[in-house]
Ligand binder design. Structure first.
Ligand SMILES: Cc1cc2nc3c(=O)[nH]c(=O)nc-3n(C[C@H](O)[C@H](O)[C@H](O)COP(=O)(O)OP(=O)(O)OC[C@H]3O[C@@H](n4cnc5c(N)ncnc54)[C@H](O)[C@@H]3O)c2cc1C
Length: 378
């Protein structure tokens, strides 16, 4: 990690430590990241950013995830949007420059708004109900409602997916929406099991002007290339790895302090607890190696093939580590608090794409095709 990134991360972590972060959305958490300059993480250095590589970004998000899962997830959205845009094969230069300026000069925060109520997961190719219509002057106008838009209260811009109308053939576009425009309404509502502080709310659009970034038919490859998908996978992997690592730190500290019964033995010194701690640690350390290794391979060789694996391994490790942590802490861990929250937050990783069945099907497909007669190495 460069000294500039380290300084910004340390400043953000220190400010976050002064906030009483919990299940409620805390707008000052986003301000802490912007005040520390960390929001420029993936903006190129020449444009005033910190120029983080994928492995550096993963390192930062893991550290934030160990402090607060919801804050890390909110900032992960900015990280993957900017990282993916920076490395996108095709992206309008004019928009890219404008967004870099908005981030550096105005502290702008960005996210994608793709999911819709009833529409199902966009990761499985859902067609948006939100419509994009071209006005007489050629500008695009969007109408519809998006759900699950993380950090919605903090966002300045969103990349919104919409179906182009009126058109016989189905075509889906991605549009940049300035959320200060008339017709934009931010509706709260994220009554979820975990990541409650992420304020993943509903974005309602009524005839809002928007700029077209890309358009394609369902099933066609994304013209922006693989970078946006790869960045999404790594940020999700890093956040949940961080949630698991935070729970590991918290449970070890708790187990050292807690001396039930006659007070002679700390929970940390009970042999069966040691076994649980070792198991929890082994899973998280293995996940860390996979996550950082996969990110490094993208940085150094443009090979993103292990990124879905990184997300799968990290989210599984977070789920089992927070489960072990709860078993270690027993009753006190079951009461509302950091361990109990980490247990719930980690489970959101099972819902965030890339989805586990999609990743596993991809691995199986590669295996089978590699061994198919005619493809086998001699
Ligand atoms: C904490 C959090 C933050 C999020 N933030 C954002 C955000 O900022 N922006 C955004 O756009 N979205 C966001 N999302 C939404 C997320 O990406 C999903 O789109 C959303 O959870 C709905 O997808 P789903 O697969 O759960 O639902 P559905 O598509 O309704 O699927 C329901 C169930 O059926 C399964 N299923 C559906 N189709 C198939 C199929 N063809 N084959 C096999 N199984 C199938 C799914 O795996 C799932 O288990 C967020 C989600 C979470 C958990």
């Amino acid at each position: 990690m460069t000294p500039e990134i380290r300084t910004a991360l340390d400043a953000a972590v220190q400010q976050l430590g002064d906030l009483d972060l919990g299940d409620r959305f805390e707008p000052r958490a986003a301000s802490a990241i912007v005040d520390a300059g960390l929001h420029r993480l993936c903006v190129p250095i020449q444009q005033g950013g910190l120029g983080a590589s994928m492995v550096e970004a993963a390192d930062v998000l893991t550290a934030l995830g160990a402090v607060d899962g919801a804050t890390a997830l909110g900032f992960a959205m900015q990280t993957h949007v900017v990282g993916g845009m920076r490395e996108s094969a095709v992206f309008p230069d004019r928009l890219r420059e404008r967004l870099y300026r908005a981030i550096v000069d105005d502290g702008a925060l960005l996210n994608n708004a793709a999911t819709e109520e009833g529409g199902g997961s966009p990761a499985r190719g859902a067609i948006p109900g939100t419509t994009a219509r071209q006005a007489d002057d050629g500008s695009w106008r969007l109408t519809g409602e998006k759900t699950w838009t993380t950090w919605l209260p903090n966002l300045s811009f969103a990349f919104v997916t919409a179906r182009l109308v009126p058109q016989e053939d189905v075509e889906v576009g991605t549009f940049l929406v300035d959320l200060s425009r008339p017709g934009v309404e931010r509706r709260p509502g994220f009554d979820a099991m975990g990541m409650r502080g992420s304020a993943s709310g509903r974005l309602a659009l009524q005839d809002v002007s928007a700029e077209l970034v890309q358009r394609r038919r369902p099933g066609d490859a994304d013209p922006r290339g693989p970078a946006p998908g790869h960045w999404f996978a790594i940020v999700v992997a890093a956040v949940y790895l961080g949630v698991g690592e935070g729970a590991r730190r918290d449970v070890v500290r708790w187990a050292l302090d807690r001396r039930p019964g006659d007070g002679s033995t700390a929970v940390a010194d009970i042999p069966s607890v040691r076994l649980r701690l070792g198991r929890l640690d082994a899973e998280l350390r293995a996940a860390r190696i996979v996550v950082l290794g996969a990110a490094r391979r993208w940085d150094e060789q443009c090979d993103g093939s292990d990124l879905p694996l990184a997300k799968l391994v990290a989210s599984r490790a977070a789920v089992s580590a927070t489960d072990e942590a709860l078993r270690i802490a027993g009753g006190p861990g079951f009461l509302a608090g950091r361990l109990e929250r980490a247990f719930r937050d980690a489970r959101a990783g099972l819902i965030n794409p890339p989805l586990e069945d999609v990743a596993l099907a991809g691995f199986a497909n590669d295996l089978v095709e590699r061994e198919r007669p005619g493809e086998r190495p001699a």
